[in-house]
Design a protein around this ligand. Structure first.
Ligand code: FEO
Ligand code: CA
Ligand code: CA
Length: 657
């Protein structure tokens, strides 16, 4: 096919296939739509992957080229090792079980550390993370705050594994969850290390006392036998992704909390519809805590589960502070919490609920952010409005763009006002999923991390995959049945972050042109996907200071079949203006790559390697996927360990530039 006339908006190297025309058609229709409906700057919003695929070689001089991406892409890898670009180096920092206090007990590779010892060591399954400069600006010293999402029992316990099952073992798992606050410094040799004698170092676990704030605090929904006030919760669990606030606190987000609950009761009625909607089940995810700790038995303590599934604020600079679970932001399986400041100063927090067919949410504070008030701004997270997104089709079905609405999750919404299932606003927030079901939100392909562009305010969200979506269930925002690869959706608010409507499109349809060479087949990915950057399951997402968009994956690492040529999970860097995506790093075997934070100068990047070798040593698992076996970070052998990886450039330059 010859190159169409309107070369200014065309992909750079697809002129000989029909996908090219498909892309052109979308671009043309979107340009017309946006100009007529919102009058947005087409040059900015349209300059995306469906408009161009190269790194600044468009013919259109008016088109924004976006940030420089200066590194040489790395190839896919199936090695049990970290791969970084030429001219970059990395180090491993603070693996599971390592010391964060002077008196931290040594980690033992045979799993025999006790619960008390684990509580004095770095937790397991590093996930979301943020670097807080020690003085507000240092790039050589700061507090690295790291989530510990869950535990892998095969690696956590000793040879006797989970038999016999004891409260000590449940307590060890609780002690490996939560958050670590690590005071880290860059030493004279340029390496980062934990300052073990710092009073900032802290472990927050599944038993650390924390308070509830907002409309649900003190309500009957969160009162338990141990807490008749409904104000004090023990612990934070399944701390997956994260956020941070402009006043210097950390947000840790509770995801698959349901998995820790179960029951020994045979009373099937104990599993209420509300519990089912949140995925509770008799045996949970197999952690067995409910067998030895009553609060995790939902028949014994039906409200304990209502005390998890929140966004939790931690002040890393005050090791004596009590973490706060902010109920105004809603209860669901949280991914990260990405903030923006509305034009009028209100705080906006974007959040995803990672479940197949669940939703994207937005919180808008009642009050306004006043920088001079410092940490008192925390009150903004206690009072506000919660919304859920509806993504509507655009001018043409299948063009993967359109308008959208933020639907209010409040008793003042007529769709919720008289609802007997949700009699109070505390019910609406505690059962935000059920409220969202009732107002007609769009069921998404597993919303993961959200990132707000530092200049344009456009919001990007990873929709990681959804193998269960059927042909009958596809829509413009979730356009593929059996979605193996995922996509990144983005939207621009119609008048600032607090707006109640927006315009959206897809930044990328992840796909695999190696396995699916036919570019008319949506499984091959959008035009900015090629054999050199193919990936599946976008998950972590963040912008750097220059507006580069960083993508981390948590997907299938079999490197076979549908995933041929994709290798281990990886980090990619994208130019949001051109749509270019370049592979930056690859992780070891059977890991997820997550957590993403930079020093203020952009010259140090922290990422987390989670659950290397997650499949364990089960012979059947290994036979199915030999690529799953890992000993990382210890090449000499032993149990694999989650850890932070610190990446720098050998010339000291800005990462990615
Ligand atoms: Fe823990 Fe959905 O990632
Ligand atoms: Ca995640
Ligand atoms: Ca994931």
């Amino acid at each position: 096919m010859s190159k169409p006339e309107s070369a200014d908006v065309l992909p750079c190297n697809l002129s000989d296939n029909e996908h090219f025309q498909q892309v052109v058609d979308r671009v043309v229709s979107r340009r017309g739509f946006l100009k007529s409906s919102l009058g947005l700057s087409a040059a900015v919003f349209l300059a995306g992957p469906l408009a161009a695929c190269g790194g600044g070689d468009s013919d259109d001089d008016d088109e924004q080229k976006g940030p420089r991406i200066g590194f040489k892409a790395v190839a896919a890898s199936t090695a049990d090792a970290i791969v970084v670009p030429e001219g970059y180096s990395y180090q491993v920092l603070a693996p599971w079980g390592s010391a964060l206090f002077v008196d931290s007990p040594a980690w033992r590779t045979d799993g025999t550390n006790t619960a008390a010892e684990q509580a004095r060591q770095v937790g397991d399954n590093h996930d979301g993370m943020h670097f807080f400069p020690i003085d507000g600006q240092s790039s050589n010293e700061g507090l690295l705050v790291v989530n510990h999402e869950y535990v892998n029992p095969e690696y956590l316990y000793g040879a006797e594994f989970m038999t016999p099952w004891t409260v000590e073992k449940a307590n060890k798992a609780l002690a490996a969850h939560g958050v670590s606050v690590l005071h880290i410094v860059r030493n004279a040799a340029g390496k980062w290390e934990v300052k073990l004698d710092s009073s900032y170092n802290r472990r927050i676990t599944g038993t650390t006392p924390m308070t509830l704030s907002g409309p649900v605090a003190g309500s009957d929904l969160v009162k338990t036998g141990a807490d008749s006030s409904g104000m004090t919760v023990l612990g934070t669990l399944n701390n997956c992704a994260n956020g941070y606030t402009p006043w210097g606190t950390y947000l840790t987000c509770e995801e698959n909390f349901n998995g820790y609950f179960g029951t020994t009761s045979s009373d099937e009625a104990a599993l209420t519809p509300a519990l089912r909607r949140y995925g509770f089940a008799k045996d949970g995810f197999g952690y067995r805590w409910h067998e030895v700790i009553d609060r995790f038995d939902y028949a014994k303590e039906p409200n304990e589960g209502n005390r998890f599934g929140w966004v939790v604020e931690i002040d890393p600079f005050d090791p004596d502070s009590t973490p706060v679970k902010h109920t105004a932001l809603g209860r669901f399986k949280h991914e990260n919490a990405a903030y923006a400041i509305a034009d009028d100063g209100r705080l906006v927090v974007y959040m995803g609920d990672d479940e197949r067919f669940d939703y994207i949410y937005k919180f808008v504070s009642d009050g306004v952010y006043v920088p001079a008030q410092g940490k008192a701004n925390s009150a903004l997270l206690s009072a506000g409005k919660l919304y859920v997104a509806r993504f509507e089709a655009g001018s043409a079905a299948g063009d993967m763009m359109g308008a959208g609405q933020w639907l209010l999750l409040d008793k003042s919404n007529p769709l919720l006002a008289g609802d007997a299932d949700l009699p109070t606003q505390a019910d609406v927030l505690t059962y935000a999923r059920i409220a969202a079901d009732k107002v007609g939100a769009t069921k998404m392909d597993r919303p993961e991390w959200i990132a707000v562009h530092p200049e344009t305010g456009e919001v990007y969200c990873c929709l990681t995959n959804n193998s269960r979506r059927t042909e009958a269930q596809i829509d413009d925002a979730n356009p593929r049945a059996g979605n193996d690869y995922g996509q990144i959706i983005r939207w621009r608010e119609a008048g600032g972050a607090a707006a109640d409507s927006f315009d959206w499109d897809l930044f990328v349809l992840a796909g695999n042109p190696v396995a699916v060479p036919d570019r008319k087949d949506l499984r091959s990915g959008s035009s900015n996907i090629n054999a050199d950057n193919t990936f599946n399951s976008p998950d972590g997402l963040a912008f750097d200071q220059d507006g580069r968009l960083w993508i981390q994956t948590d997907g299938n690492y079999s490197n076979a079949g549908k995933y041929a040529g994709q290798g281990n999970n990886q980090v990619l860097c994208a130019n949001p203006a051109t749509g270019e995506i370049r592979r930056f790093a690859v992780g070891p075997k059977a890991c997820e790559i997550t957590g993403l934070s930079f020093t203020p100068d952009g010259r140090t990047l922290f990422i987390n390697i989670q659950h290397p070798g997650e499949a364990g040593s089960n012979p059947e698992e290994v036979a199915m996927n030999p690529l799953s076996v890992s000993t990382w970070p210890d090449a000499a052998g032993g149990r694999p360990r989650s850890a932070t990886v610190v990446i720098t450039r050998n010339d000291g330059g800005v990462i990615g530039a």
